[in-house]
Design a protein around this ligand. Structure first.
Ligand code: ZN
Length: 357
């Protein structure tokens, strides 16, 4: 029996970063044309059933080189602090890139500012982009940039990447290691969470230290969300979530997106390109056991990680859907994991009603 592709709305990719770095290196790539390298462009997205997702704007510590190619988790220069003006400049370039892609696409790509925008785009077969900031170095302590980027279309933000900034501290990518790797949010970071709640910007827990995770859990009035993290019980990377963390997310009706990066899936945290798709499904099994059928989604990390060779790029996305079928997942559960759970938690976060006192 052959299936039509299940539409996927995905929790994380670094495609805007890849496009920006490619342009800087003098080898610009057209998002609307098919390429044979990197992970996402419009033709390959359509082929794989990728209906859209969170598009991260990440400002690397070393803006002069492509860290996703030569990234070394043991090289501290990749985790060096980044000044706000440099991060804002880089973020605005990625935002402008997204806006230009939308305009050039003539309806084939849509920047979405609400869940109804996402549903409309998916119904029109237009790729839905939700703009996300990964590591809030571009945001100033008075939140002037938060207000203006929100007005531009920003709907999701991770206070930190795996480095320190004025808002808090990130978990390293070491394995085996506990996510309890350092301090949590600063007072400015706590104020940022409150400001995001007020603007109804989703706060992403991925990359936070465990202390930072509990700080957000204590402050935020929205469902807890980790856009691209896996189960620490199966792969003890500091970037993955312990069962206690998963249970806390479940209590709020939150969501975790499965990260496709082989080092966050492999039992020993190895960079193993031959990692079998079944291993991704084992992580889904574990996430489902703690979060339930409404709490698990996908957060590929395409264009920012090493994806299993069996999938290769976004065009191969349905091999994971097939893997879920082989493991006995029903079509209803597959649909929730593929896009339903993201739409539900985004609906409850972006349109969340203020609780009466
Ligand atoms: Zn990330």
């Amino acid at each position: 029996m052959t299936h039509t592709p299940v539409p996927v709305f995905d929790g994380h990719n670094d495609t805007l970063l890849k496009l920006e770095l490619g342009a800087r290196k003098g080898s610009p790539r057209d998002f609307l044309a098919r390429a044979d390298h990197d992970h996402i462009d419009l033709p390959r997205a359509r082929e794989g059933g990728f209906a859209g997702g969170f598009f991260a704007m990440f400002s690397p510590s070393r803006i002069d080189e492509d860290i996703t190619v030569r990234f070394n988790p043991n090289d501290p220069s990749h985790f060096a602090p980044l000044a706000q003006p440099a991060a804002l400049d880089f973020t605005l370039r990625m935002a402008a890139r997204a806006l230009r892609i939308e305009r050039a696409s003539q309806g084939a790509v849509s920047i979405c500012r609400s869940v109804s925008d996402i549903r409309d785009a998916m119904a029109r077969d237009s790729l839905a982009m939700l703009l996300h900031i990964e590591g809030a170095e571009a945001i100033d302590a008075d939140f002037t940039t938060l207000e203006t980027l929100h007005a531009m279309g920003l709907r999701s933000l991770g206070p930190v990447w795996s480095r320190s900034n004025i808002f808090g501290h990130g978990a390293p990518m070491t394995c085996p290691a506990s996510p309890d790797s350092g301090p949590g949010l600063t007072d400015t970071g706590k104020a940022l969470v409150a400001a995001c709640n007020e603007l109804k910007i989703l706060v992403d827990l991925s990359h936070l230290t465990e202390k930072g995770f509990w700080d957000v859990a204590a402050i935020s009035n929205a469902p807890l969300v980790a856009t691209h993290s896996n189960a620490h019980a199966l792969t003890p990377s500091a970037r993955n979530l312990t069962d206690r963390q998963l249970d806390a997310i479940a209590e709020t009706g939150g969501v975790v997106g499965l990260n496709f990066h082989v080092a966050f899936l492999d039992p020993q945290g190895r960079f193993n390109p031959d990692l079998p798709v079944e291993r991704m499904v084992r992580h889904l099994d574990h996430l489902l056991s703690r979060l339930g059928e409404n709490g698990v989604a996908l957060g590929s990390d395409f264009d920012g990680c090493m994806v299993p060779r069996a999938m290769k790029d976004v065009a191969g996305l349905q091999v994971l859907v097939e893997g879920m079928r082989k493991a006995g997942y029903g079509e209803d559960l597959i649909t929730r994991i593929a896009h339903g759970n993201w739409l539900s938690v985004l609906e409850r976060t972006l349109q969340q009603q203020d609780v009466a006192p």
